[in-house]
Design a protein around this ligand. Structure first.
Ligand SMILES: Cc1cc2nc3c(=O)[nH]c(=O)nc-3n(C[C@H](O)[C@H](O)[C@H](O)COP(=O)(O)O)c2cc1C
Length: 237
């Protein structure tokens, strides 16, 4: 396809990493609109396009961050609208989660036994890691699993499009733990389900945490080949 190269495409894929520290630099509405328009090219069953996203910036962003941090400071238990992992994750998944979590803390210079600093890190999620924009992705309250799949396609497109505009992001299930407060702050009804947040801004690349790259599994760990695959014929890279 014209204009599309494997090198360019894979560079965008690899450049998308979760960013957890942002510059104090606003993001223009024009750029955000461009990103969201492009992201909406995501496929969906019979073109239903079930995704909705609240783009929260300026004083609304500050008010939302204040509200979620107040929840946290008052010891409110997170109460997301849906679970994001099995009750008993398999050991491989659990080990990866431990490794990624430890890596983020290490990159932030937080020792494992420093409970206060770890708590501050968790709270940092609720101020969107200092990002000037927080996106809140939501679905109908009765969304079946298929709609979450379609939201995921849209969300990844948003994250990749942000990269192509020089922006960074961090998806945030932690934010969805405050679904009731989010609905209240944003005027969303009980008929909306909060899927996740996305911190968006210009990443501060001088911070080590923004260079942390959790290890990826190799295909042998997640691919099952069936049948015979022919040898390479084209130039697919
Ligand atoms: C749906 C979803 C929710 C996530 N929630 C959080 C979160 O609440 N806080 C956070 O710091 N990272 C969160 N992450 C980021 C993951 O930790 C990250 O994607 C993973 O470790 C892989 O790292 P990478 O994104 O840098 O490639 C989330 C990612 C996804 C896809």
């Amino acid at each position: 396809m014209e204009g599309v190269t494997w090198t360019g495409f894979s560079a965008v894929l690899r450049a998308r990493q979760s960013k957890r520290c942002f510059l104090d630099r606003p993001v223009s509405r024009r750029v955000l609109e461009k990103v969201l328009r492009a992201a909406a090219h995501a496929p969906s069953t019979r073109n239903g396009q079930p995704w909705q996203v609240a783009v929260v910036s300026g004083s609304s962003r500050d008010a939302l961050a204040r509200r979620l941090c107040a929840d946290f400071d008052h010891g409110l238990e997170p109460k997301p609208d849906y679970p994001n992992r099995p009750a008993r994750p398999d050991e491989t998944t659990a080990a990866r989660a431990r490794e990624a979590g430890a890596g983020v803390l290490r990159a932030k210079g937080i020792a494992r036994e420093d409970r206060a600093a770890r708590r501050t890190h968790v709270r940092d999620n609720l101020r969107f890691y200092g990002a000037p924009v927080e996106m809140i992705f939501h679905l109908p309250a009765d969304a079946p699993p298929g709609l979450f799949l379609e939201m995921g396609l849209f969300l990844e497109n948003v994250m990749l499009a942000l990269v192509a505009c020089g922006l960074g992001s961090c998806p945030q299930y932690s934010v969805a733990g405050h679904a009731d407060s989010i609905r209240d702050e944003l005027g969303l009804g009980a008929d909306r389900l909060i899927v996740c947040g996305l911190a968006v801004g210009y990443p501060d690349e001088s911070m080590a945490v923004n260079r942390f790259r959790p290890r990826r599994a190799v295909p042998a760990e997640y691919v099952q080949w069936h049948g015979r695959q022919p040898p390479e014929t084209g130039s697919a890279g």
